[in-house]
Design a protein around this ligand. Sequence first.
Ligand code: ADP
Ligand code: MG
Length: 629
Amino acid sequence: MLLHSSSAACLSSLGDHRSYSNHSASATLFLNFNRRSFPLPALKLRMSSAPARSSQIRALTISSERKDDLPMHVVTGTKVGVLGGGQLGKMLCQAASCMSIKVLTLDPLENCPASGISYCHVVGDFNDGEAVRDFAKRCDVVTVEIEHVDAVMLEKLEQQGIDCQPKASTIRIIQDKYLQKVHFSRHGIPLPDFFEIDNIESAEKAGSLYGYPLMIKCKRLAYDGRGNAVAHSKDELSSALTALGGFGRGLYVERWTPFVKELSVIVARGRDGCISCYPVVETIHKNNICHIVEAPADVSQKIKELSLDVAQKAVGSLEGAGVFAVELFLTGDGQVLLNEVAPRPHNSGHHTIESCYTSQYEQHLRAVLGLPLGDSSMKTPAAIMYNILGEDEGEPGLKLAHDLIGRALKVPGASIHWYDKSDMRKLRKMGHITITGSSMNIVKSRLNSMLNNDQSQTAVIPQVAIIMGSDSDLPIMKDAAVVLKNFDVPFEVTIVSAHRTPDRMYSFASAAKDRGIQVIIAGAGGAAHLPGMVASLTSLPVIGIPIRTASLDGVDSLLSIVQMPKGIPVATVAIGNAANAALLAVRILANGDAKLWDRVVKYQEDMKETVLTKAEKIEHEGWEEYLKS
Ligand SMILES: Nc1ncnc2c1ncn2[C@@H]1O[C@H](COP(=O)(O)OP(=O)(O)O)[C@@H](O)[C@H]1O
Ligand SMILES: [Mg+2]
């Protein structure tokens, strides 16, 4: 057992090791030891020199020592080597710590984000073949958190039996964006037109072929928009080429894609070839850098299916296990084109930590270790991920970021991730905030209030809409409002008539979901078209309340509501029983809201209690006395 490895293992088992520095001198010693990163030769240090003094730490150290001598489970016994120790590496280590998976990281920076929590951080350049080779030999499986690694060395190592996931060939193809495009176009994946340029004549030819603006990209070492330049006219060509470092960098051009949205799909593939896709998300960029991710994307089911199809085909053409991020363009005419693929966890999948049953990080580890893939579906209806990009250099930038974090700490459903990078730089990814909630409208409003520091923007968003065809229905419909008020469920009450205001009904029903409404209660008398028509215009659950009318006593309304054609369901309640409609709405909402669920259960218990108390009284006093009281 290597000294530094066990120390890191001890501390990761103990949670956030930083807190131990206050508790005991020996723990502080350990902390410093763990924080220190090791150049490769230091890996030869032995366990015997471990400075474990505190009894808690010693106990863990001993168990850690013993583990190495025993046959261990694949999870804790397999060392996963990650090339790169940035924020993605850090979040991989965080996911690994839940299952005590040992993640080793290789990064040139001693204090890179992952260094503090990886099982063993090795200081070395992932682009240096020798460093990669020495590191890989200490791991059971090697993976990446960045594609700009020495892939040629990885291919050699694979031939010598090193297990690399995804395969080195995949990393080699992807790290060269031009080669990537050639690869995907050969596999029939739809993408923007592109071609290689190696002199000004070929660049001008590209301009006349594709028109302007023209996207010029570096083939290699491109990330966060660094490596792209746009020429808006022929005159701008040479400055754009110079900005990228000239033809020596290796350049190619892409036809400008006037996309309406950028989408992304994280696809996981296990070692057995089993595939699991995360929901399609929308990515919103600022200066070519991913800034906001909305999950799920607000696109039609058809576009979602098309996106999943393109993403799966793209990943299907690559070899190896792991998660892959597929960046896509959605065009105005409904085409989905591939932008690029990353063979690793991705910024567009950060939200999965809080919003999905299995995060992309855990999924990546499961995939490379050959464990069954986890459930990639969302456990919250909506999530927004906001990248904390450096707004200024140094201290002023840090101050702005920390002010934002201070505001985020007060936002319900917000989780803060700070990468602890040593330098604050403009537009650098310093951290991110994920906000989850019961609708996209709610999370968007929370994001806005956080960004604008405006509490008024956190105005309560109605979850239930109570609508009726006429104000004459209000004396009945008010009972629904009273119930919702008692349960503290935010609601709105308005008049929408299917017959007198059909346009208003149309716009109300079509926009309800986006506004955050989750259940609609519609009262209707006579022909009772309102609940049915609204149900045909929205996918939200609709509960119709038959309203008693003078002529047919409400039976006409009841029959009209229950006689909806197959495919357009409308729930209903007894004639005039608006309270039950609201209780049903509360039960629907309570399925995704533990607090509300408790209140629903309590309501039922109270109801039972009331009946039992009455029964006891009637039995005790006799019915005649009871009637008198
Ligand atoms: N062909 C294109 N047409 C229009 N915009 C593009 C095109 N290619 C890239 N972009 C824009 O630039 C961003 C960054 O480009 P990308 O090639 O993905 O670089 P990076 O590797 O830095 O993410 C994209 O997310 C998109 O907003
Ligand atoms: Mg990109």
